[in-house]
Design a protein around this ligand. Structure first.
Ligand SMILES: CC(C)(COP(=O)(O)OP(=O)(O)OC[C@H]1O[C@@H](n2cnc3c(N)ncnc32)[C@H](O)[C@@H]1OP(=O)(O)O)[C@@H](O)C(=O)NCCC(=O)NCCS
Length: 198
């Protein structure tokens, strides 16, 4: 068990083939807000925080709070930027951190104009390696509404395995109907860690 996660030395920028994954910082609010506004209809059914359109100030607050949480190692958010154009592609984050395992959940969204190009799968693969290699994680989860086929497809493409469906797990944030939740996971065996860290 990691006693003091805040002392963990981890980078605030990661790289994949086509993306920079960077921790939000003050000043990112306008770009985040523009991407969320453009994608509102696609985000709203699946993400409770996107039930209403955020203001630029709220997006800026999100960027600053995310930076603080990252530093405190309480939750991790990365903005995904195109290496080629410098445009904001979307975001991914890790929450529900359980340092005693360690285990955590990954979430993501893509800007609508950048969907269907594999960027999110690329980001999730990169963050999976980050979690296993740099955070020492043994288990990563992706949870999504049973009807969220695009999210489930990302999980499968990134190598996560469906472990089960939690029935009547929560109420949908818009309709208030009970919904089922799919739980996907990727795990690392303790023996793999021992050999990879030697
Ligand atoms: C879930 C979500 C992020 C998936 O976005 P996406 O664009 O489908 O995912 P990816 O970026 O991985 O792209 C995959 C698509 O790109 C294609 N693709 C193209 N090049 C690719 C490559 N190099 N690698 C992988 N896939 C590639 C895939 O075939 C797939 O195509 P398809 O849409 O025809 O099936 C998006 O639908 C979204 O933001 N939804 C709303 C928020 C949400 O539900 N978040 C999850 C909550 S649990």
């Amino acid at each position: 068990m990691l006693q003091r996660p805040i002392l963990l030395d981890i980078p605030d920028r990661l790289e994949s083939e086509r993306l920079w994954l960077r921790v939000p910082r003050p000043g990112d609010g306008a770009a985040i807000n523009q991407a969320v506004r453009e994608s509102f209809e696609e985000l709203r059914p699946w993400l409770p925080w996107a039930a209403t359109l955020p203001t630029v100030a709220e997006s800026e607050e999100f960027a600053r709070r995310s930076a603080v949480s990252y530093l405190a190692r309480e939750a991790f958010t990365w903005l995904l930027w195109s290496k080629q154009t410098g445009d904001l592609i979307g975001a991914s984050g890790m929450h529900d951190l359980n340092w005693s395992a360690p285990s955590m959940q990954i979430g993501y969204w893509v800007r609508t104009s950048m969907a269907g190009q594999g960027y999110i799968t690329e980001a999730v693969r990169t963050l999976t390696r980050f979690a296993f290699d740099l955070l020492g994680a043994y288990r990563l989860e992706i949870r999504c509404d049973e009807r969220n086929e695009r999210s489930a497809a990302v999980a499968r493409r990134a190598g996560f395995v469906l472990e089960g469906v939690l029935r009547n797990e929560r109420r949908h944030h818009l309709s208030q109907e009970l919904r089922n939740t799919m739980v996907f996971a990727a795990v690392k065996a303790p023996s793999e860690r021992a050999s990879s860290s030697s």
